[in-house]
Write a protein of this length. Sequence first.
Length: 212
Amino acid sequence: MKVSTESKIYLITLFLGALYFLYSIIISTYDFINIKHKNWVNAENQSTVYSSRRSTTVTYNFIKDNVKISRTYPGILEGINTWIWGIDKKALIQNISFYIRKKDEQKIKYNRIHHQKDIFGNKLDEIEPIPFFGLRTINSKANAFLLVLDIWKYNYSILVAFVLLILPYFIFFILKKIFKIVIEKNQNKEIEKKIGGYQILFFILLVINLLV
């Protein structure tokens, strides 16, 4: 049975979304297998909140011995993991337990952490941040399932997932409004139903990522 142009565009973008999700699962599994647990005493809390008319971004930074661990979250949608950290987020000095990736531990061990650079390649005062996972109070360890979800939350970009979700509609707009191309509509109700089901599934994954 012939597949319409509209359906082909939907299916291609859904395939890309599936590939990206699979990639995030593979990377997250590798990171979990090679994760390293750390305890920090008297770490400096330099967390920041950036607010604008459109959005709020919260960045949690903890620094010790010229090493900065960091995670950034979209405002009130920080997720379940940040709610169960068990620390006073406003305290300037923290005793914390967390996990980092093996490759980041190697950076620390062999002093390969560099200063961030501006668009011209000049060094800034800010040191390169290292992502952390499963943060808890000192000498505590995160539940394995929640730790996996936290790692996946980092590896599965909400922005990329959202762009892939709306990409077919953007393509339709460009073809219709700019190139004046008439798109062959889908007449197969079965294919249309499957496309709708997969779109809902990827939307649910996006929501789950925000919540965890």
